[in-house]
Structures are given as C-alpha cells and as structure tokens.
Ligand binder design. Structure first.
Ligand code: NAD
Ligand code: WQD
Length: 335
C-alpha cells in the first residue's frame, strides 16, 4: 500500500482526505502540530475507517521530524495542507504566515529531494484570483495582487513550485485551488473546528443555529448579484478530499518535471442568502440573521470553471449545497 504523508492531516480538509485516501487504497501518514486541531481526530478517523493511522505530532518546518518519519515509513507522495489560514491574523502577524506557510514548503521540498519522493499535491486557494473580471474563473484567469499576507503566501508557494519543478527532473506537482470548502463527513465524526469566533460563513451559520452566536450578519445586500448578497462556490469537503486522491493517482502516471493547477469547486455560485435559505430548508430551522454593512475588501462574486479538473482528472462533485448544509449542521450538533 502506498504511503502518503499528509501534513496538517488532523485539520479540516486533511482529515477528510485521510478517509478518502484510505478508501482508495493509500495509507495516510499524518503529521500535524495540532496548532489548529485536536488529537481526538485520530480516534474519529479510526471509528470511520477501522484503521489507526500513523500520527506524528510535530512541525513540518522541523527537518528532524521529517527525517524521523522517513526512517519509519517509505513515503511515496505528500499532500501539503499544513498552513495558517486566518486572513485577519495574517495582516496583523505577516511574518508568522510567511514563516509557516512559505517556510514549510521550502523544507518539505528539500526533504523530498533528499528522500527521492516525487509527488506533491499543494493546497492553494481561489483567493489567488481576487475579484476576477470574467466569470467563471478558469485556471488561466490572471492571478491578482493578494488582498492579505495569507493570500500572498499561496501565490508565493505556487511560484516557488513552478520554479522548482523546472529545476528538478524528479518531481511532479499539482496545486489545487480550492473554492469555499463546506460540509463535513456524513457520519458527523469529523468536520471543521474553528477556534474562537468563526470568520467563515458556514461555521457562523451553524454556531448561530446552535445558539453559540446570537445572530448572523449578512455582509451587504446591495451588490450587483441576484439578491444583492455576495456569491461564492461552496464545495463539499468530501468532494474536495476526493480531488486530492484523483490528483495523486494522476501524478503517478505523469512524466517528471510535471506541474499543473486545477480549480476545485462545483462550478456554480450561490449567494449568502441562498446559503442561509438552503440551510433553513434542509434542516427545518429558522436562522436569526440580519443584513449588515459590506465587509471591506470582500470579493463580490466568484465561482469556478471546473472543465479542466473534470476532463483531466476525471473528477466531478457528488454532493449538493443541500448535502453540505445538512452535513455541516449534523457536525455542529455532534460537537
Ligand atoms: P486547518 O487549520 O483545519 O488545517 C491545517 C492543519 O495544519 C491544522 O490541523 C494545523 O494544526 C496544522 N498545521 C499548521 N501549521 C503546521 C505546521 N507547521 N506543522 C504541522 N502542522 C501544522 O485548515 P484547513 O481548512 O483544513 O486548510 C488546509 C489547507 O487548505 C491550508 O493550506 C489552507 O490554507 C488551504 N485552504 C483552505 C481553505 C478553507 O477555506 N478552509 C480554502 C482554500 C485553501
Ligand atoms: C463567504 C461569504 C461574506 C461571514 C475566505 C478567505 C479566503 C479563502 C476562502 C482560504 C462572503 C459572507 C461571511 C459572515 C457573511 N480561504 N459572510 N457573514 O470571503 O470567500 O474567503 O475563505 O484560502 O482566503 O478570505 O469566505 O466564508 O469568509 O465568506 O455575510 O458572518 O459569506 O461576505 O460573501 P470568503 P467567507
């Protein structure tokens, strides 16, 4: 069984990807410093898969930690999720973000070369597109100047990968540009664990429904969209997880010096108000929300053109927005 190192594998997207890798015949090896996750995820993963995954609690900036992993396991590929992801915090503490998000990629690439590990899937983001002029967004839509140090770390990492792949005969890399990941494993055993007040829409919705937050504020209803609220492409985390498995499978069949980027979204945009209505409908709830002012710097509308990933990787989303809202709420209730 091929062993795949998942950095940040105890986190939201990493834990779901561990499940999908296992279901597809890969053995996940998890490295996580638990800076934004909890070790009980390992128990939950065992309940879902029946397998206790190898887990290393450590920092992927720590070369010694990586060497310890390679002394125990023959790693055949890496999915690099580990990063800090709070846009606001990155503006206040940019160095923390550049050090962790960019620094860790450099260390990993060095270690890959030393250990002759060929394949890497990197977590990028639709944030690299900013507010695109033309929709839907294809992979050749120009990237824009980043709105935050966090967003800039994703652009910089992509650029590093382009240069590095050109210089290294032995390496194959895919960057996946995620749109807005939502939902949870249908068992409700794993999901997103936001620390403190959630910044993202769906955790804020579920915490409001659970009574943890008094009400949700919709950031603006006077934009040029169907109902005036902003539009995003909300992708179920299980579909996103599956895209990583397809990416790894695909890399195995490529010649070396390979680099490609793929959008991962549903290909459809939904407004904030549509998300709220869907949440209310599928869960039979009324959500306490009000319309508030615009959030400064918000992208007004973005959604993915998914033709490339459908055609090249043979991936397509299986879950609907209804499924996402059902699973996010199940997870919240289980917390
Ligand atoms: P998450 O915070 O749930 O998971 C990241 C995990 O990495 C956490 O468990 C954290 O403890 C760990 N980690 C952080 N720094 C580490 C380090 N130096 N060494 C070891 N472990 C470390 O976040 P997520 O939502 O699962 O995001 C995963 C990746 O996807 C990130 O790179 C993020 O930037 C990217 N991404 C996320 C979104 C989103 O909206 N969730 C969108 C686009 C891209
Ligand atoms: C979604 C929509 C808000 C909260 C963030 C990161 C970005 C990327 C994806 C990682 C927007 C509205 C939200 C609330 C609201 N992450 N909203 N009330 O804006 O797409 O971007 O996640 O790479 O870097 O910035 O996601 O979940 O913050 O917002 O009305 O309380 O919900 O205005 O339209 P966004 P989000």
């Amino acid at each position: 069984m091929k062993k795949i190192l998942i950095t940040g594998g105890a986190g939201y997207i990493g834990s779901h990807t561990a499940v999908e890798l296992w279901n597809s015949g890969f053995e996940p090896i998890i490295l996580d410093d638990l800076s934004n996750s909890d070790s009980n995820v390992l128990d939950r993963l065992e309940e879902i898969t029946g397998k206790r995954f190898s887990f290393f609690k450590g920092d992927c900036n720590d070369k010694k930690q990586l060497e310890e992993i390679s002394s125990q396991h023959q790693i055949s590929g890496i999915i690099h999720f580990a990063a800090f992801k709070s846009v606001g915090e990155s503006t206040a503490q940019p160095l923390k973000y550049y050090q962790n998000n960019v620094g860790s990629l450099l260390i990993l690439l060095e270690w890959m070369k030393e250990k002759d590990i060929q394949d890497l899937v990197f977590s990028s983001s639709c944030t690299v597109y900013g507010q695109p002029e033309v929709l839907p967004v294809t992979e050749s839509t120009p990237r824009q100047e980043a709105e935050s140090p966090y967003g800039n770390t994703k652009k910089i990492c992509e650029d590093i990968l382009v240069d590095y792949v050109k210089s290294q005969p032995g390496i194959r890399v895919i960057s996946l540009r995620y749109f807005n990941p939502v939902g949870a494993h249908p068992s409700a055993k794993i999901g997103e664990l936001p620390l403190g007040v959630p910044q993202n829409l769906v955790p804020f919705i579920t915490q409001t429904a659970a009574g943890i937050r008094e009400k949700l504020t919709v950031f603006g209803n006077d934009y040029d969209t169907v109902d005036g609220s902003c539009v995003r492409d909300y992708i179920h985390v299980m579909d996103l997880a599956d895209a990583h498995v397809k990416a790894l499978d695909f890399l195995k069949g490529q010649k070396t010096n390979f680099y490609e980027v793929f959008n991962v979204g549903t290909g459809e945009g939904n407004t904030v108000l549509e998300v709220i209505q869907t949440f209310e409908k599928v869960n039979g709830l009324k959500l306490n929300y009000e319309i508030g002012p615009r959030r400064p710097g918000d992208v007004v509308k973005t959604w993915a053109d998914t033709s490339k990933i459908r055609k090249v990787l043979g991936w397509s989303p299986k879950y609907s927005l209804e499924d996402s809202m059902r699973d996010s709420w199940r997870w919240q209730k289980n917390l």
